[in-house]
Write a protein that binds this ligand. Sequence first.
Ligand SMILES: [Mg+2]
Length: 246
Amino acid sequence: MARTSNKLKFEPEIIIFDVDGVLVDVRGSFHQTVLETVKFFTGKRVTVQELHRWKNRSGFNDDWRLSTAWVQSLGGKFEYDQVKRKFVEIYWGQNGGGNVAREKWLLPHATLRRLAARAELALFTGRVRAEIDYTLDRCNVREFFPQIVTVEDVKRPKPDPEGLLKILNGRDPSKSLYLGDNIDDAIASQSAGIPFLGILPCNSPRRTLLRKFGAEIILADVRELETRLTRVMANRRSRASVLPRA
Ligand SMILES: [Mg+2]
């Protein structure tokens, strides 16, 4: 059986995170909203498994686009703008009481503080600015991310590497790390020359796809990242201690 090392081999200077599915559990918010939107337009009850089949394809990182394509594939004669309007309505609800209230921030403040002390942290997300602002403020985590690139800050969205290159701003891609959960994250990372770390549940079939597109390491949860980084440092120290003295 082929063995994968699953070891991080370096200490990154910049750690860039995708947001949804990595830092935020969006099963109750974005995923649920896609299902409700498709049901609204088609009258059909669609499943999370079907949603993941869509998400396993490149180009469907954008939930508005995905919902529109899904509605149309089921025979719904509705255009992008109509589907997007309904999606936004279900997601935000009245006074923020929609599905947005069901999202969960995953990385504790203490961990973020320690990570921010050892590397520059940044966000590259397919969200629009209003969506990311809401989450960062509600969870009180904005201070940890000096650079935030949303879909509105780039000309070409993922899988184009534009957002990642913007964050690097000429710095060495091999000293940074991008964490994502989607095929387009992996493709963008590969195009930018940035090592990619996947975040996906152990039973996700998307793990094979991410490996195919360059993910050397896949963790089940972003909360495992710090341990991996600490191990890198420990390995470095133990290697240094056996070097012959000059
Ligand atoms: Mg994501």
